[in-house]
Design a protein around this ligand. Structure first.
Ligand SMILES: C[S@@+](CC[C@H](N)C(=O)[O-])C[C@H]1O[C@@H](n2cnc3c(N)ncnc32)[C@H](O)[C@@H]1O
Length: 421
């Protein structure tokens, strides 16, 4: 495991000219800009470059599942490749759609994934045990399309009556499988894909034109959208959409990657806990944590996910109570203080935490300044803040990248290290 000094030197020297960088990253980079970030309490280096967004480093198609505020797979990949070896344990306490665990598994690492939102596990776990397309197709053919299922509420503003019937039958099938304990990896895959296809803006989704599946609008709002666009839901075949999306997710996976995912799934741990209370994770077992916490009250995970929660029989009220929705920095810091104490416990000596802090409230709230003292108080050393600046181009508008007006996307990651005893 590299020492903090080696990583600092490495980040400082990051450019297209160094042979080592080229061999590791295959990148045409610019030299890193290093600035000092000085406050009354500490002085920390800021490393600024385009570290991981170069076009040639495409991510795997298996990541193409939408989730609010997800990060791009290249972000965890950068830290996983730099700071761990195959077989090491990589962890994300706020895993969301599972970008960190899926990328870590692709790279032959072992994984622990946690998120208080049960949708996280539903979206992440099946992508470690990949069924063959024939298995998916054969299973779909056995799931009834026209069950006598009564609906709990009106969904006609989203779905054609026949699509709605198919969807209700699939939901009923999955709920029964789960309740009877007979759900297997093929069912879980189908559940994951269907959850991702519930609503969206193209014919690849079950619904009429609407917002993406991670931002489901209310029934009332959809009625207004339909009337404004003068549209009514057309028929969408549920099974064939699931199969098509499955093909897309698997389209560029190599055999070696499928094997790595499968190996990781054998002892992968998926938790649905408050991230400061993860006693299931053994002390000093994690080589690297890569994570992005909930940022103040920017994202309404529960409201945005109501339809996904309904499909998966998840109680939204419970989720609402548990998800951290701190409205100010003081509240947020109090929650993260406990998270850092837990991260210190689970991190092995010499291990790392890469903690992404977004640009919150239009850049007016500087979360790195709040996070650095929290990590240090828990016992970590801070190696610096890594700022990935990506010049925005049309072609880079892919999964997980958010445009902003200035034409750049940036991620700010505070990097911590636990000293050897
Ligand atoms: C910014 S998102 C993480 C996105 C993730 N990096 C990805 O690529 O999908 C933050 C996540 O934290 C979860 N979360 C919020 N409060 C939590 C808590 N107290 N404990 C564990 N997870 C929590 C939310 O459900 C959400 O999935």
């Amino acid at each position: 495991m590299p020492a903090i000094e080696a990583i600092t030197e490495y980040l400082k020297g990051f450019s297209s000219s160094g042979e080592e960088q080229i061999s590791i990253f295959g990148d045409e980079g610019k030299a890193t800009t290093v600035e000092k970030h000085v406050t009354a309490d500490f002085s920390i280096p800021l490393f600024i470059n385009e570290f991981w967004t170069a076009r040639q480093r495409q991510s795997s198609s298996i990541h193409e599942i939408s989730y609010r505020a997800c990060f791009k797979p290249q972000l965890p990949r950068f830290f996983i490749e730099l700071l761990t070896d195959p077989g090491d344990v990589v962890y994300d306490p706020f895993a969301g759609r599972g970008t960190t665990p899926v990328e870590a598994a692709l790279l032959g690492r072992r994984v622990i994934s946690n998120d208080i939102n049960p949708l996280s596990r539903i979206l992440a776990e099946p992508r470690l045990s990949i069924p063959a397309l024939e298995q998916i197709s054969s299973r779909l053919s056995k799931i009834p399309l026209q069950g006598q299922v009564s609906r709990d509420f009106d969904l006609s503003m989203f779905y054609h009556p026949q699509t709605e019937k198919e969807l209700l039958s699939l939901r009923e099938y999955l709920i029964n499988k789960s309740k009877s304990g007979t759900e297997d990896e093929v069912d879980r895959w189908i559940r994951m894909v269907a959850t991702n296809r519930l609503t969206g803006h193209s014919k690849g989704f079950f619904s009429v034109y609407t917002m993406p599946p991670n931002q489901a609008v209310s029934a009332e709002r959809q009625i207004k959208i339909n009337s404004k666009l003068n549209q009514k839901p057309g028929y969408r075949e549920v099974h064939s959409i699931i199969l098509k999306k499955s093909k897309q997710l698997l389209r560029n996976l190599s055999g070696a990657q499928v094997n790595n995912l499968c190996r990781a799934s054998a002892d992968a741990v998926f938790l649905e806990k408050e991230s400061s209370q993860t006693e299931e994770i053994p002390s000093e077992s994690v080589a690297l944590t890569v994570t992005s916490p909930p940022f103040l009250d920017v994202v309404q995970y529960s409201g945005d996910n109501w339809l996904r929660a309904w499909f998966n029989d998840i109680n939204m009220k419970e989720i609402e109570q548990n998800i951290t929705m701190a409205s100010n920095l003081q509240e947020w810091s109090a929650v993260m203080n406990k998270v850092f104490e837990e991260l210190y416990r689970v991190t092995m000596p010499g291990g790392w935490v890469a903690f992404e802090v977004g640009e919150v409230k239009g850049g007016r709230v500087n979360l790195d300044e709040a996070v650095i003292p929290l990590g240090k108080a828990a016992g970590f050393n801070c190696a610096g803040v890594i700022i990935n600046k990506q010049e925005f181009t049309k072609t880079s508008n892919i999964w997980g990248v958010k445009n902003n007006k200035s034409g750049t996307n940036s991620n700010r990651i505070v990097l911590f290290n636990k000293e050897f005893a």
